[in-house]
Design a protein around this ligand. Structure first.
Ligand SMILES: Nc1nc2c(ncn2[C@@H]2O[C@H](COP(=O)(O)OP(=O)(O)OP(=O)(O)O)[C@@H](O)[C@H]2O)c(=O)[nH]1
Ligand SMILES: [Mg+2]
Length: 365
């Protein structure tokens, strides 16, 4: 399971700059709107000191980090749904992502064109979200038409279509009012349908507020208007251009930079962490001579379900597992040392996986 995030925003706000900083891929970054036409897709390793430390302990041949996939698409403009700018056809490239990172420009720079010739992050978010709402309206309308036809048949599919219609109309009402679907309280069935038809505005949003170096230095925070527009969604403040510079420097230099700005970690690390948190994900680990590896699971997953990340058959074949927190394991210097001290727990199918667990799964045939 790899986490995937789609990057959206107005043209020329720094989406590709962020993408390049994250992925180190060569992409086009220019001071004009619609530099990006074809989507850029890149996979990023999630920096994880636990993997490094455990791999040293186990003398592992390989280290494998968890990954996040990012997709950078063309900028959206007001009226994109009606074909303005490059239109909204590029949204199809982020339909299947887990979350959306919306890059919003707060930085002032006379040399970088803003498509509306002003800096107003809250207004920019309204524009983008309205376009996402339009795109979802279209999706919901199509599904309503399909379900109306199907609901006439006396089959189980017909029955499901009838039930779906109730939910779809709830979505439609929300979207017609210009509101994103995720601001509705959704029950499990509603959430499932939103996922099935890939509603963009039902996804988790993370706002990436692109500020200048000066603003960063002055500990810039959103004003009340912007906070209200972002609602409950998490936001990360960073300077995308600086992040790009940092991504290219040595660890020592990076630390010096961060110290200068009074930041505990880079914006990129913070963004990835926020992504994990927003989606309710956690990391567990395996370690041995062959490899030390980080795996992703949902918070609250029982261990058989979590172990599916390692192998799809593991959920079914799971018998029991040995579990220890990564720090406790490191303190004992080895798996056998930890076992000797009685620090390794044996758990069954009802164990809820925890952040930072190191596991050994025993399966049957
Ligand atoms: N001053 C300043 N300029 C930035 C920052 N981030 C990006 N830029 C500049 O803004 C321009 C656009 O950056 P891109 O990353 O190409 O923007 P984009 O959102 O991908 O643009 P499109 O692909 O056209 O939609 C470039 O000239 C960047 O150097 C920033 O944090 N500060
Ligand atoms: Mg771009």
């Amino acid at each position: 399971m790899s986490l995937s995030i789609g990057i959206v925003g107005l043209p020329n706000v720094g989406k590709s700059t962020l993408f390049k900083a994250l992925t180190n891929k060569q992409v086009d970054i220019q001071n004009y709107p619609f530099t990006t036409i074809d989507p850029n897709v890149g996979v990023v390793e999630v920096p994880d000191q636990r993997v490094d430390a455990l791999s040293l302990m186990s003398n592992s041949k390989k280290k494998i980090y968890a990954t996040v996939e990012f997709t950078d698409i063309a900028g959206l403009v007001k009226g994109a749904a009606q074909g303005e700018g490059l239109g909204n056809k590029f949204l199809a490239n982020i339909r299947e992502t887990d979350a959306i990172a919306q890059v919003v420009r707060a930085f002032e720079d006379k040399n970088v064109t803003h498509v509306h010739n002003r800096i107003d992050p809250a207004e920019d978010i309204e524009i983008i979200n309205t376009e996402l709402v339009f795109a979802d309206s279209e999706t919901v309308q199509k599904k309503i038409e399909k379900s109306e036809k199907e609901s006439k048949s006396p089959t189980p599919e017909g029955k499901k279509a009838t039930l779906d219609l109730v939910i779809l109309n709830k979505f439609k009402q929300q979207l017609d009012a210009g509101r994103i679907v995720s601001s509705l309280e959704l029950n499990e069935g509603e959430e499932q349908l939103a996922k099935e038809i890939n509603l963009l505005t039902a996804k988790k949003f993370i706002y990436v507020i692109n500020v200048s170096e000066e603003q960063l230095m002055q500990k810039w925070v959103p004003d009340e208007k912007l906070k209200k527009t972002m609602g409950d969604a998490p936001w990360v403040v960073m300077n995308n251009k600086l992040e790009l510079t940092l991504s290219d420097t040595s660890t020592v230099e990076k630390e010096e930079y961060l110290k200068e700005f009074g930041l505990p970690e880079s914006g990129l690390d913070l963004l990835i962490k926020t992504g994990y948190k927003t989606l309710g994900l956690l990391t567990f680990l395996t370690t041995g001579e062959d490899e030390t590896r980080a795996w992703t699971a949902y918070i609250g997953d029982l261990i058989p379900k979590a172990s599916k990340a390692i192998h799809t058959d593991f959920e079914r074949l799971f018998i029991r597992a040995e579990v220890i927190n990564w720090k406790t394991l490191l303190e004992s210097s080895s798996w056998s040392g930890a076992r000797g001290k009685g620090l390794i727990k044996t758990v069954g199918r009802d164990y809820v996986i925890q952040e930072g667990d190191v596991v050994e799964i025993l399966i049957g045939k």
